[in-house]
Write a protein that binds this ligand. Structure first.
Ligand SMILES: NC(=O)CC[C@H](N)C(=O)O
Length: 285
């Protein structure tokens, strides 16, 4: 097992399946100590943060269940230490996932979003784009910077997010046919819920919006199912959709793409700064 001896924060990398080795090398280069996390007890090793890598969320769920690590991972999420889910890791961190494999799949949960698995299609639909950073990512401690390159491989997209979730990046791309079908269902459900709400309030029912996410009074991008939620998708005229692909909810960071596959280290530095803050807070206690 590769564990390092540097003096930076101690970062656990969930090593059940997927790109854990790539993340380990990068955060070690940036000065972190690392622990590969496979068994429940590995989460007790004084970690300052945890990376859940990309790969295949269903495979990770199967291996994780075999190792009995899911209950401990759920507790770790509640513990407040920084956790970063990339791609499959983002799916596992989400509270809800659509386009799951038949029979469903266990999620760790904690991140108040709904993701659509494989939103952009299969492996052959992989792509690389430049992402414009938003919110804390644009204005954060690492200073302002230009667009960051991102690689999408069978990547999920965030379709809805709760009020405590901050959007860090969006992308405009064409969803696969199955995802488009799922999205239409989400729209219909949202419209139904909007109408039910208006009826309960005794107001006339509103015509369906021409784009699904007309801006609401508070500037959020539309309303989700329960009223407080943001809808994270916009339809473009050319069949593409703009969807959310990076978010932060306090100590939870999630990216739909693979920052370990591009030479830039921006996302790893961003997460490392979250972990360093955690390490400093822990040492003062
Ligand atoms: N590159 C990835 O991590 C792909 C994630 C994959 N679509 C899943 O459901 O797990």
């Amino acid at each position: 097992m590769a564990e390092s001896v540097a003096s930076g924060p101690c970062i656990g990398i969930l090593a059940l399946q997927g790109a854990f080795e790539e993340h380990r090398k990068i955060v070690q280069e940036l000065g972190a100590r690392t622990v590969e996390v496979r068994l429940p007890d590995d989460l007790d090793k004084d970690l300052d943060g945890l990376i859940i890598p990309g790969g295949e969320s269903t495979a990770m769920a199967i291996v994780g269940a075999r190792h009995g690590i899911f209950p401990k991972l759920k507790a770790f999420v509640q513990g407040g230490k920084p956790i970063w889910g990339t791609c499959a890791g983002m799916i596992l961190l989400s509270n809800r996932a659509i386009m799951q494999k038949a029979g469903g799949q266990p999620l760790i949960g904690g991140l108040d979003v709904e993701v659509c698995r494989n939103f952009f299609g299969s492996q052959v639909s992989s792509f690389e784009v430049l992402l414009q950073l938003e919110g804390a990512a644009a204005a954060g401690s690492l200073g302002s910077r230009g667009p960051v390159s991102a690689v999408f491989i069978r990547a999920p997209a965030i379709l809805e997010a709760g009020p405590g979730v901050e959007v860090l990046a969006r992308v405009k791309a064409t969803p696969c046919a199955q995802a488009r079908h799922c999205v239409e269902e989400v729209y219909r459900e949202q419209q139904k819920q909007r109408e039910e709400l208006l009826q309960r309030e005794g107001r006339p029912s509103a015509p369906p919006p021409s784009v699904p996410t007309a801006a609401s009074e508070d500037g959020a991008r539309g309303r989700g199912r329960s009223g407080g939620e943001k809808t994270c998708m916009e339809r473009e005229e050319d069949g593409r959709m703009e969807v959310v692909v990076a978010v932060q909810q306090g100590h939870l960071l999630a990216t739909a793409f693979h920052p370990e596959l591009t030479p830039e280290r921006w996302w790893h530095q961003y997460f490392m700064s979250m972990c360093s803050q955690q390490a400093q807070t822990a040492s003062k206690k």
